[in-house]
Structure formats: C-alpha cells, structure tokens
Design a binder for this molecule. Sequence first.
Ligand SMILES: Nc1ncnc2c1ncn2[C@@H]1O[C@H](COP(=O)(O)OP(=O)(O)O)[C@@H](O)[C@H]1O
Ligand SMILES: [Mg+2]
Length: 169
Amino acid sequence: MAGTTITGGMTRVKPVPDVKFCLVFQCETISVPVMRRVLGDTLRGLGVDEESVYDILLAATEACTNVLTHAGRLAPGYAVVTSLGAVGCQVEVADEGIGVSPAPDEPAAEEPELPIAQLAESGRGLAVMRAFVDHVTLDSRPGHGTVVTMRKHITWSSDAPLRQLRAAS
Ligand SMILES: Nc1ncnc2c1ncn2[C@@H]1O[C@H](COP(=O)(O)OP(=O)(O)O)[C@@H](O)[C@H]1O
Ligand SMILES: [Mg+2]
C-alpha cells in the first residue's frame, strides 16, 4: 500500500503502514496497565506473534513509565502511536512535558535528538528498551516534550488477518 503526498506541485509516493492507531492517555498511573492491555490485545488481534508482543509491551511500558516519572506535572497527557507494516512495528510514545535536560557538564544540545549517553541520568529503562526492540531514539525539546520511538521486526502468526487479506488481493 502507498500514500501520495502532494507538496508544492511535486507528487511523491511514500509508503504507509498497513495499520496505524493512536492511544491517548492522561498522565496517571493506571494508564500503564491499560496501555499494556489495549496495545497487547490489539497487536495479538492483528496477528503479531506472542514473543514480539511481549517484547514490544516491555519496551512501551518503560517509555510510558518515563512519561509519568520525568515529563513533569504540567504534561497534559501522552500518546502511544503504533504503526504496523509487513515486517515491522513502530511504537512512538509522545508527551508535551518538560523534556530531557542534558547532563550538567554537557552544553545544551542544538539537535533535538540527544545521544542517550548524554542524558542527565540514564537508568534501566532505556537499556531495557534497547534490549527488547531493534531501534530506539529519544527526541526531546526542553519545555516542549519528548518522543521516544521504538522499532522492531516482527513475526506474524500464520492466521494473521492482515496477512490473509494481503495474500488474497
Ligand atoms: N518522557 C521523558 N521526559 C523527560 N525525560 C525523560 C523522558 N524519558 C526519559 N527521560 C530521561 O531519560 C533518563 C533515562 O531514562 P531511563 O533509562 O528510563 O532511566 P530512569 O527512568 O531510571 O531515570 C531519565 O532519567 C530522564 O532524565
Ligand atoms: Mg525509566
């Protein structure tokens, strides 16, 4: 499947995921188990294999917990945006909180994407994300929020509805 974007008279075709869905939560503790339930059930329902679901939920749990812990009390809520394609799953966890501050001895970064090693403190959460998915980035603008993007290759179960639809068309 492909989508068409028209920009200033130029037409370019860009790939779009087979499925993309967004969950929006208030910054409250209960949102994390709710996210796990809804994201897990949805991925399983679409035919993502159990091992991939387990890994994605573990990484997403750390990212959502970080929003509750680090985004600050002014963050109104956060979004978990999931895209699924033929071979991969991407989960973005986005908040509009205080953002990440660089370590005290580091100059303020010009680029929004801080190397993870430069964070003021880097605990277990980002390490867990990197261990369970293939690619993790953290984009942050102090005062404007943070987006953590996680990508993972996935395996589909043999009876996945999306795969069957694709095979039939
Ligand atoms: N959504 C976020 N908003 C602000 N800072 C964040 C966010 N996510 C991660 N961080 C920063 O990244 C650091 C590392 O996160 P993590 O590895 O989970 O360790 P921990 O949560 O134990 O501090 C956090 O300490 C915090 O400074
Ligand atoms: Mg953490």
